[in-house]
Design a protein around this ligand. Structure first.
Ligand code: R5P
Length: 293
């Protein structure tokens, strides 16, 4: 018997949306997308949602703005059928723009949060948002779900030698600590410095004895250009570690990021299906569904 959930899958997250619908025992409504020559999105849902709870699933990875407008459009359509609309945005773009880092910068995260409320979302669910501060911009209930337990399950199946969890920066300490605790090992954090204007990254100091001969799991929330992971891996390789694995929730892998990460000495990149792709082997439908019910 079906529950009173209808799940609408946006084009950017079709497979994950179907998995969530199965877990919720809900109805699945597909969306169709046509992109006009000028770049406009034309979205059609191919079924009539029931008037129970409606869950819209759509990540906003690149093309970020197109996927965002599609997510908002689906939320607005869903609201015509129900007063309870959950916007599940597994990867939420703009979450890194949650404050004015340099004078004059627009806090676009706040604009995005307002748009979800304006189009009719009554709750927002995201996975491993870059900073919890970004959630404060939502004026409707907003929940962050962690994919770390699912990533850890994957890594437990690999036969790693004397593993150590490494955060590429001090900002990732909480994440690395949680990963290491569930994995049953220790963690360290590198000191990363990023030039706010150029985006360039440099890595500073680690105790060589801690990493020598060990398998390392570099844990981050996301890999975008790969700059952070590349710098960390090159640095750790010089400290004579054994294999390096990269674990992240969201693998954007812009341009030739994957190639550069491998060249820097990373044997395997493991990410989740918040962003579909070759590395997205860890399924987050269970943790998302748990947060919905
Ligand atoms: C930064 O603080 C984040 O946690 C990631 O490390 C960063 O966004 C990854 O970006 P990139 O791959 O471009 O270095």
């Amino acid at each position: 018997m079906l529950s009173n959930f209808t799940v609408i899958g946006g084009k950017a997250s079709e497979d994950l949306a179907r998995k969530i619908a199965i877990r919720l025992k809900g109805r699945y409504v597909k969306s169709e997308l046509r992109v006009f020559p000028d770049g406009e999105s034309k979205i059609t849902i191919s079924g009539k949602p029931k008037n129970g709870k409606i869950v819209v699933v759509q990540s906003t990875y690149p093309p970020v703005d197109s996927n965002l407008i599609q997510a908002l459009s689906l939320v607005s359509k869903a609201r015509k059928y129900s007063s309870q609309v959950y916007a599940v945005i597994p990867y939420l773009g703009y979450a890194r723009q949650d404050k004015e880092f340099l004078p004059g910068e627009v806090i676009t995260m706040s604009v995005v949060a307002n748009m979800f409320k304006a189009t009719g979302a009554t709750k927002v669910i995201v996975v491993d948002i870059h900073s919890k501060m970004a959630l404060n911009h939502f004026k409707i209930p907003a929940k962050n779900v962690s994919a770390i337990s699912e990533l850890v399950k994957y890594f437990k199946k690999l036969k790693l030698k004397n593993p150590l969890v490494v955060s590429p920066d001090l900002g990732g300490i909480t994440r690395a600590r949680e990963f290491a605790k569930l994995f049953g090992t220790k963690f360290i954090a590198l000191r990363k410095q990023r030039n706010k204007k150029t985006g360039n990254v440099i890595i500073k100091s680690v105790n060589q004895k801690q990493v020598k001969g060990r398998d390392l799991i570099l844990v981050d929330d996301m890999i975008s250009t790969g700059g952070s992971i590349v710098k960390a891996a090159e640095f750790l390789k010089k400290q004579k570690c054994r294999n390096i694995y990269a674990a992240c929730t969201h693998a954007l892998l812009i341009g030739d990021a994957e190639k550069r990460i491998r060249k820097a000495g990373v044997s395997k990149i493991v990410s989740t299906n918040t962003i579909p792709g070759k590395t997205g082997v860890v399924d987050v439908s269970a943790v998302i569904s748990k947060a919905i019910v």
